[in-house]
Design a protein around this ligand. Structure first.
Ligand code: SAM
Length: 353
């Protein structure tokens, strides 16, 4: 009998697959309930961040290689039937995909899908904020790694800081909530701005989240000397005041959320996402769909299921559901990035950051 892991046999896997298809509750082999699907809508991005986009820019995926909106809606619908409740649209930059607003409207009509979120670099928010709001999106993650105009141009390759900042202010005024600002801390590149970012939680009511730099994709500027642990960031920003765990802490996925004590529960917060220093794999509730239509159960492992081939070979709904469930059953107990067999050569924009 084939051993899947030291503890789990082939027969147990098959039993689990049947059970999961029958129950409408997605629980993996390590008792993690999987309810969250992250979808990369496109590998394309209007920024070329030095730590995310490979220096040798790969060929853009031909349009036909991306899942069509029809295909995406079908997959998401089936995933929701199986127990997925939350979907995040990401990329690449999701807002560069044509007709995204009508796609979101159709997505919002899927019965049982309670929560649709978007991750964006903010460049197109001034153009799309009203349409996104009208389509039902309220929860936004905006990536921003510097508050300095010239540095923004150096990191991203384009001089659009003012436009992004205007977009952030606009969505706050319009009532999107929460608006989370995600900053990847990079030693020697933007770590002199940690305090400025932390202050935004006070001055602008933003939920600022510091993300540890991860070794993802080939040909970016990854190097251990660039990595800064959450612990170090926390220590550095604590000169602004005592940090206390926020009451909402447990509601925010992998982020550990704090507030400055003297600010009370009002206003913004600072959070730490620490995939390297504090693996949160035991709480991971995510499944990913890459822009090429591959299912991935772990951001940091290159193992994927080719869902697009199943869809395009005329796969039935049951076959698609089986592929979704099997991918969940294959979800590793934890990422093995720093162990011998671990790797993540996939490009962040295709996987969906
Ligand atoms: N274009 C959208 C955006 O900018 O938010 C969505 C895609 S982007 C790949 C998603 C997030 O991944 C961004 O916050 C980006 O900073 C983060 N990211 C990219 N490469 C990373 C890495 N090596 N380590 C940590 N975060 C990374």
């Amino acid at each position: 009998m084939t051993k899947i892991t030291p503890e789990i046999t082939q027969t147990q896997q098959e039993k689990s697959l049947e059970n999961l298809l029958a129950t409408g509750q997605l629980v993996d082999l390590f008792s993690r309930s999987i309810s969250y699907l992250r979808v990369s809508l496109t590998d394309q991005c209007n920024l070329r961040c030095i730590y995310c986009t490979p220096r040798e820019i790969g060929e853009k995926l031909p349009c036909g290689e991306l899942l069509s909106y029809e295909e995406l809606l079908r997959v998401i619908n089936l995933a929701v039937q199986l127990g997925i409740r939350k979907v995040r649209l990401t990329g690449g930059e999701p807002l560069v995909r044509r007709d995204i607003i009508s796609f979101i409207r159709r997505l919002a009509a899927i019965p049982g899908l309670d929560d649709i979120r978007l991750t964006t670099n903010g460049v197109m928010l001034t153009r799309y904020a009203a349409d996104l709001f009208a389509a039902g999106i309220r929860k936004l993650n905006i990536s921003l790694d510097t508050l300095k105009k010239e540095r923004f141009a150096r990191i991203t390759g384009v001089d659009l800081f003012d436009q992004v900042w205007q977009g952030i202010r606009l969505v706050q005024e319009m009532g999107f909530s929460p608006v989370k600002l995600n900053m990847v801390a990079l030693r020697g590149i933007n770590d002199d701005e940690l305090l400025d970012f932390a202050r935004l939680s006070r001055t602008h009511g933003l939920q600022v989240r510091f993300i540890e730099f991860m070794p993802i994709g080939d040909g970016t500027i990854w190097g251990e000397e660039r990595y800064i642990s959450s612990e170090e960031i926390r220590e550095r920003i604590s000169v602004l005041g005592e940090l206390v765990a926020a009451q909402t802490a447990r509601l925010d996925g992998p982020a550990r959320i704090y507030r400055f004590k003297e600010d009370g529960e009002a206003g913004g917060s600072v959070g730490f996402i620490s995939p390297i220093s504090h693996k949160f794999c035991d709480q991971c509730n995510r499944l990913r769909l890459t822009s090429e239509g591959r299912l991935r159960s772990c951001l940091l492992s290159d193992k994927e299921t080719d869902l697009k081939s199943i869809l395009r070979a005329g796969g039935s709904d049951d076959e698609v559901k089986k592929a979704l469930v099997q991918t969940i059953l294959d979800k590793p107990k934890s990422h093995t990035l720093f162990e011998k067999e671990g790797s993540c050569h996939g490009q962040m924009s295709r996987i969906g950051g």
